[in-house]
Design a protein around this ligand. Structure first.
Ligand code: NAD
Length: 355
């Protein structure tokens, strides 16, 4: 009988409320944290939802800031911090995707404010203590316990309007967190269980969402999977896939979720050669070897499949590889610069991965 490999499990520290209509409990959740003046955050596109949420909060709302934007630029954080201070707010409620939740984290880490995150995409930021910020066009990432939202409300009804294309790419962005948790250098049996369940849930939920975007059952499966994926991201070290996506997003401004969608089959197809036994949950859920299965899933969801279609120029591939080699993350399969170039070439052309 083989022994359980040694591991460290840090626990899951957020309160998670997962229920249809759960957004109605926002007042209770603010009070539960002992807070009484929430600043509601959103992007401009979700401003009317944020205002409706502030109305629901009534006296417990200090105000609304609707200027959240991609990559958490410092200028936006500074403006939001001024609003937070002027209104005498004592917590933030982040309503939206990773961009809005990033702004809430940026405020919390500077002020000690509690956060309630209400995610409306599948990106998973709400479950992590990771904050990526940009200053002068340069993106830096840090981890801090103060960055993790105290409370997360998953209300499936808030995802019904997420367009099909964004649902597909956001769901594959989530899937990448679970997949890399399966072979993470610091994996542990609990997170492995969650990752396997995440893959299973997304594998049924995402095709259902694309077939019928208003199907609350499919949406619920996708959102449940996304929660688990976020927890995987928050508890595990990510590997080559996330490294390449960070370079493509950070240095070449490629769109976040789409980049994950395009890259995932290729990075996983590369890594699966080294750890086929760890990829079993993907193969069980999707019915083929990991890279090929994810390639088929992405195609079936109508997600973009080529880097050329999302803004990379072929002549940039060499630079991406150079940057990725500078400070590589841990990875289950050793790789050379030539390997990176080959992965990027395949992702550029959208060919089926070898494994
Ligand atoms: P996003 O938050 O940028 O949202 C994209 C657009 O979709 C926005 O205009 C938003 O208002 C809109 N939107 C969101 N939900 C909607 C809905 N239900 N219906 C209609 N429109 C909706 O996109 P994202 O992919 O969720 O987040 C990407 C950002 O999050 C990136 O900056 C990424 O780096 C960050 N991120 C961080 C972490 C972390 O752990 N720190 C994890 C994942 C992503």
């Amino acid at each position: 009988m083989s022994a359980i490999a040694p591991f460290v499990f840090g626990g899951l520290r957020s309160r998670v409320v997962f229920a249809p209509g759960a957004v109605e409990r926002i007042g209770e959740e603010v009070a539960r944290l002992g807070r009484s003046r929430a600043l509601v955050l959103s992007t401009p596109a979700q401003a009317s939802d944020a205002k409706a949420l502030a109305d629901r909060l009534g006296d417990r709302a200090a105000g609304v800031f609707t200027g959240a934007t991609m990559h958490t630029p410092l200028e936006v954080t500074e403006t939001a911090l001024a609003v937070f201070g002027d209104l005498g707010a004592d917590c933030v409620v982040s309503f939206g995707g990773g961009s809005t939740i990033g702004l809430g984290k940026a405020i919390a880490v500077r002020t000690g404010a509690d956060q309630i995150a209400i995610p409306t995409t599948y990106a998973g930021s709400e479950m992590t203590d990771i904050l990526g910020e940009t200053k002068g066009g340069e993106k830096t990432t840090r981890r801090d316990p103060a960055i993790l939202p105290e409370t997360v409300i998953y209300d499936v009804d808030l995802t019904l309007g997420l367009p099909a294309g964004m649902s597909a790419t956001s769901g594959l962005n989530a899937m990448a967190h679970a997949v890399e948790a399966l072979y993470a250098v610091d994996r542990n049996p609990i997170i492995t269980l969650m990752a396997a369940e995440a893959v299973r849930s997304l594998a049924v939920g995402l095709p259902g969402v694309i077939a019928a975007p208003l199907d609350r059952g499919a949406r619920s499966q996708a959102q449940y999977g996304a929660w688990l994926c976020g927890a995987c991201l928050g508890s595990s070290s990510m590997a080559l896939h996330h490294k390449l996506c960070h370079v493509l997003g950070g240095s070449f401004n490629l769109p976040h979720a789409e980049t994950h969608s395009v890259m995932l089959p290729h990075t996983v197809g590369f890594n699966a050669f080294a750890v086929p036994e760890l990829m079993a949950p993907i193969e069980q859920a999707l019915g083929a070897s990991a890279g090929i299965a994810l390639h088929r899933l992405a195609a079936g969801l109508g997600a973009p499949s080529r880097l050329t279609d999302i803004g990379l120029r072929r002549e940039d591939i060499a630079t991406v590889a150079d940057i990725a080699m500078r400070n590589p993350y841990s990875n289950p399969r050793p790789f050379s610069r030539d390997d990176i170039v080959a992965i990027l070439e395949n992702a550029f052309a959208g060919t089926t991965p070898p494994y």
